[in-house]
Design a protein around this ligand. Sequence first.
Ligand SMILES: [Zn+2]
Length: 282
Amino acid sequence: MRFRLADTVLLQGYKQGMSPAPRPHATANQPTSTRSPRWGRWIFALLWGAAVAGGYAVYSGALIIPERFNPWAALDVAAPPNFLTATKLARARGDPARCLAALAQTGMRYSPLPDRVTGPGCGFENAVLLREAGVRIGAPVSLSCPMALSLAMWERHALQSAAVLHTGQRIAAISHLGSYACRNVNRGDGAAPNAPPGNRSQHATADALDIAGFTLTNGKYIAVLRQWQTDDAATVAGSDALFLKEAHRSACRYFNGVLGPDYNAAHRDHFHLETGGYGMCR
Ligand SMILES: [Zn+2]
């Protein structure tokens, strides 16, 4: 809008400059469009000032609003997600102390790991050895705090409801293919563990987890490899596939990067979930 008004003024100035004769109707008493930008600027400034003042009042504590609507409040892992959850999760992931504080609320079973450097571009900081993630996870995994926190949020706020919706059961266990590995990005043409560290996978810093399937509370196992594709959505297999699709889609809200069977053949049997990398949802 501001550009449009400014353009109008420029255009009129240009026209006036081009035209030798003054326009007959342009008198001093008539409202001209040159006033509009000034009012526009005032209104914009007032709104901007009000937004800044309101934001500062919330930030300083002068104005009390519910925590879930306060963008500066810490992430509450149990609170139902809203439009601020992604921002709060990102901020918690970006600060080691905040991340550990949020992780402590999740009820996950884990123990802190000492920071390690294991090779060029490999190792981890602020990581935990995760033993249980609200659900069983089989072999314990080394995960960075941001990954563990994202996993907790996804399991609690998306995965369980997707399973109940499509299968009538909750998730009892997640089967994973591992997290930390000092290696480069797997593009499906064969990982090259001895390649130079220019293109390290998020696995190399414990910022990724590969998930192969899910066990429901009735003992049924749903494998990404077998149940991702189906021809008939009205069958049980179709429901399983819909659950996997929803699990994949919802993971994109809680992780920075998600790759699944539709991405490439290297991911035909698992979901690759990661934090800290480039945003992707494939
Ligand atoms: Zn992976």
